[in-house]
Every structure is written in C-alpha cells, then in structure tokens.
Design a binder for this molecule. Structure first.
Ligand code: SAM
Length: 284
C-alpha cells in the first residue's frame, strides 16, 4: 500500500471492515487506467459507489466534470476530506447505495452519467442488475467484479458461463472486460482475482420491448439449466406440453432446445410467443 495512504488511515485510526468489503486499491497508474478505459471525459458526471479512501475518486475527479460518490462507512469521512481536499467537483454522500431511491438519484445526476464502482463482491451483482433493469439515464457502467462474474457478464450463448445475468446485460447494452486486476493489487488482498467490466448502455437496443415479460421468459429459460426449454415452459407458466411446444414452434426454436442457447433477441421472441399462446389458450 502506498505509504502516504497507509499513514493517513493510521492517523485517523481507521481499521478495515470485512463486512463492508473494504479492499482498497492504491496504485495510481492502475486507477488512472481504469478511469481512462471507463471513457470518462470532462463532460461527464460520474456516480462512484464505494469510495473507500478516495484513491479512485481522485483519478475520476481529475477527468470528470462532476463526481457524486457514495460511501456507507462514515468512519471514512476524515480520510476522504483529506484525500479529496484539492477537488471542488466531488460531492460525498455517506449512505448505503442500496437504500437510495434510484429515481431521485438519477434526477440529481442528469442524463448520460457514468457509473464507476469498486464494491464488495456480495453486492456487485444486485447493483448491476438494479441499474441494468431500472436506471434510465446511465450511459455506461464500469464495475469491478470477481473474475468469474466477469466471465459470466461477457459470455456467449451455449457456454457454461452464459446465464440470466448475461441476457439481462445484452438486453440493454454490451459488456467487455477493460482491465484485469490481480488480488495482490488490493489492501488487504481478497481471496480472488478481479476484472473491471464496462457495460455500454445502448438506449436504442430493443426499444419498446416489454422488459418485465422478457425477464419472466429469461427466468424460465434458466429455471433448470439441464432441462429442455419445453419442460421449463411447462413448469414456469403451467402450460400443457402442446402449448409449450406451440411457443417453441411459433418462435422458430427446436423442440429440444435449452434456455442457455438463446440470445437476448431470442428471449424477446420467446416472451412474445408466451404471451400469444397464453392468450389463445385463455380464449379456448
Ligand atoms: N473505491 C475504493 C478503492 O477502489 O480502493 C474502495 C473499494 S472497497 C472494495 C468498497 C467500498 O465500498 C468500501 O469503502 C465500503 O465501505 C463501501 N461500501 C460497501 N457497501 C456499500 C454500500 N452498500 N453503499 C455504499 N458504499 C458501500
């Protein structure tokens, strides 16, 4: 760990809390590279979640127009006041991001903000899903995740890493790994290696889609990975075999296909035909 930061944490009697997933990054060239690859420019407002001691915040503040940072641990207040003292474009909110109202948060951030987060691993997936499914104004998200989660976010259909979260991401945008980060780069080091995944949101991708219905279809597709989709359709929607097969035929899929072979676009088609067959069987 960089000596100055170590001294600063010592000076303020700070001790790392495992419960908050406090593994800090200090290598300024690594942090600068993450910010660079996140695509942050002088025109951007950045929402940073999990500021820690503010090392990443500093690099963001050098590049962005405005940084709004969330940190759950109020004990970091004196540390952050010092590390960020030279910047007048950073606002700090000491609050659990999971308790923040997304609608009012987005109102204060404005259109096309960038999300950057290095968070405890147990909340990265819920946070990604929350912003993917509900955020209206986010332009891109660059989030540090466990390497295994990174593989899932960028997976291709018909691979073992491909899952509901991959489809959810593909419905809104495109994901890529922008930096691999070894465990030794953190203080204290966690038990796993990490990667920063950037998800670029494409607001025109699959416009006017009933996302709630697609989500139900995706949940069905991955209900039981080893089962054929026809069986998952019967279990999820109480379809008869005949109706479940009609959904697959209408969608142009094989009767023996599995959910893990379908793309995001295929799931949209599937959800539309689930609706159609439901309506027809209700009429009869
Ligand atoms: N960004 C810093 C860095 O890169 O060194 C710190 C990263 S550390 C992995 C995660 C930070 O997120 C910790 O400072 C922790 O206190 C904070 N945190 C954990 N849960 C949070 C939550 N629900 N809302 C806001 N911050 C949270």
């Amino acid at each position: 760990m960089e000596k100055s930061l170590k001294n600063l944490l010592l000076k303020h009697g700070f001790s790392f809390k495992k419960a908050f997933g406090q593994n800090f990054l200090t290598d300024t060239s690594l942090l600068a590279e993450i910010v660079e690859n996140s695509g942050v420019t002088r025109d951007d407002t950045v929402l940073e979640i999990g500021m820690g001691a503010g090392a990443l915040t500093r690099e963001l503040a050098k590049k962005a127009k405005r940084v709004v940072g969330y940190e759950i641990d109020y004990k970091l207040k004196p540390v952050l006041s010092e590390t960020l003292s030279e910047f007048n474009n950073v606002e700090i909110v000491f609050k659990d991001i999971l308790k923040e109202d997304l609608k009012s948060l987005e109102k204060s951030l404005g259109e096309n903000y960038i999300l950057v987060a290095n968070l405890p691993y147990y909340i990265t997936t819920p946070i990604i899903m929350r912003f993917i499914e509900n955020a209206k104004c986010v332009k891109s998200m660059s989030v540090m995740v466990q390497k295994e989660v990174a593989s899932r976010l960028i997976a291709k259909p018909s691979t073992s890493d491909y899952g509901a979260i991959t489809v959810a991401v593909n419905l809104r945008g495109n994901a890529s790994i922008i930096k691999e980060v070894g465990r030794e780069m953190f203080t204290p080091p966690p038990n796993v290696d990490s990667a920063v995944v950037r998800i670029d949101i494409d607001k025109n991708k699959f416009k006017s889609v009933d996302f709630a219905a697609v989500r139900d279809a995706v949940r069905c597709g991955f209900l039981s990975r080893r089962k054929m989709l026809v069986n998952n359709l019967m279990n999820s929607f109480s379809f008869s075999r005949k109706d479940a097969e009609a959904v697959l035929i209408e969608s142009g899929f094989s009767l023996t296909c599995r959910g893990e072979t379908l793309s995001a676009k295929d799931y949209i088609t599937l959800s539309e035909n689930i609706k159609k067959v439901k309506e027809t069987s209700n009429e009869n």
